[in-house]
Design a protein around this ligand. Structure first.
Ligand SMILES: Cc1cc2nc3c(=O)[nH]c(=O)nc-3n(C[C@H](O)[C@H](O)[C@H](O)COP(=O)(O)OP(=O)(O)OC[C@H]3O[C@@H](n4cnc5c(N)ncnc54)[C@H](O)[C@@H]3O)c2cc1C
Length: 312
């Protein structure tokens, strides 16, 4: 029944749109910066907004669950993979309109593309985004931020669809942004466009600031290794990385998952499984709680099912 529904969805989408990228049974490790995760039953990468709406409407009619992703830079997908349909908005949808101090951009654009385009248009407020390796949609959903800036300071409007394909529009106050949080975390919705209102800036100053932020990043973060950035949120009591470091956990490993030697806030994958990574996360949480009395909360979004148990 489930397979038949997936086949029917593929048939209907291909009939509606000749060129639509639909892949079946693809390892999520290929689509996440952690390079972890079992197979997704179906990944659809739409190129046009009508394809998103049609996918949502047809999947809803066929009672297939839909998961949304961008660049997979904040995702930990379990080894058993993802059931249902993954709608991936990354790079294929990145149209942009610049009008005075306002930029309206499609959510598949990378944050770095947006930051560079803003600087070229002599618009500031987005230099923080240049080194965040995610999409504009993922950034708005996560309220991504760095170096004192975050999406909530510059976003004015978020547009998209609910899971039935009905359009929605949320203004900045309606997004209920707080630290690495937006109301979309409690709702099933897909962001297709984000509008920014930005202060004026000088192109050279903005580019120089981005270069400086990216230099600081490369100095401190293990950018050549597989990670999802900071694994845990910053707790109210201080910095997660400092606490993990003070508990002597730098370099600590379970299977192929390791606490980075370079930055204790980054857990990295060195060829292990999602199960290793989850076990290391739980170990770090336990040790930090025992020694510091602080329960670290994951920033990385955990999705999917565990791998089936193998008989020996
Ligand atoms: C090396 C490295 C450095 C990083 N540094 C930072 C940093 O400085 N600051 C920071 O905040 N983060 C950082 N991150 C984490 C990550 O890049 C951000 O959270 C980013 O915003 C995630 O965007 P994404 O497109 O990759 O989203 P994904 O990882 O694909 O998805 C993340 C969440 O967003 C949802 N989502 C994605 N796109 C949409 C959409 N179009 N509509 C609705 N929901 C959507 C997904 O369902 C998921 O729940 C870093 C990651 C890495 C690997």
């Amino acid at each position: 029944m489930y397979e038949a529904s997936l086949n029917e969805l593929e048939r209907r989408l291909r009939a509606g749109s000749e060129h639509i990228s639909i892949k079946r049974n693809v390892p999520m490790a290929r689509y996440t910066t952690l390079h972890l995760g079992g197979p997704a039953d179906m990944i659809i990468s739409p190129e046009r907004e009508e394809q998103i709406q049609q996918t949502l409407q047809e999947a809803h009619a066929l009672e297939l669950p839909v998961l949304i992703m961008g660049n997979g830079s904040n995702l930990l997908v379990k080894d058993g993979g993802l059931r249902g349909v993954v709608l991936r908005l990354c790079r294929d949808m990145q149209g942009m309109e610049i009008n005075g101090n306002r930029i309206r951009i499609q959510s598949g654009a990378m944050m770095s593309t947006l930051a560079n385009a803003a600087a070229d248009a002599e618009l500031g407020g987005l230099t923080f985004a240049s080194g965040i390796p995610g999409t504009v949609g993922g950034g708005a959903y996560m309220n991504a931020g760095a170096y004192g800036g975050e999406m909530s300071q510059v976003v004015t409007l978020v547009e998209g669809y609910d899971m039935k394909g009905e359009p929605f529009r949320y203004t900045r106050p309606e997004m209920e942004f707080t630290y690495r949080h937006s109301r979309l975390m409690n709702e099933d919705k897909i962001i297709t466009r984000v509008t920014f209102q930005l202060p004026q800036g000088r192109r050279e100053d903005l580019l120089a600031e981005m270069v400086e932020f990216n230099r600081r990043r490369a100095d401190k973060q293990p950018l050549t290794q597989f990670s999802a950035g900071s694994t845990f949120k910053r707790p109210p009591e201080g910095y997660a990385a400092q606490m993990i470091d003070e508990c002597g956990l730098k370099g600590c490993a379970i299977g192929g998952a390791q606490v980075s030697e370079k930055h204790a806030g980054f857990l990295i994958n060195q060829g292990g499984t999602a199960a290793d990574f989850l076990a290391l996360m739980a170990h770090v949480q336990r040790v930090v709680y025992e020694r510091k009395g602080v329960m670290l909360e994951p920033e990385v979004r955990i999705l999917g099912t565990d791998a089936p148990v193998q008989s020996i």
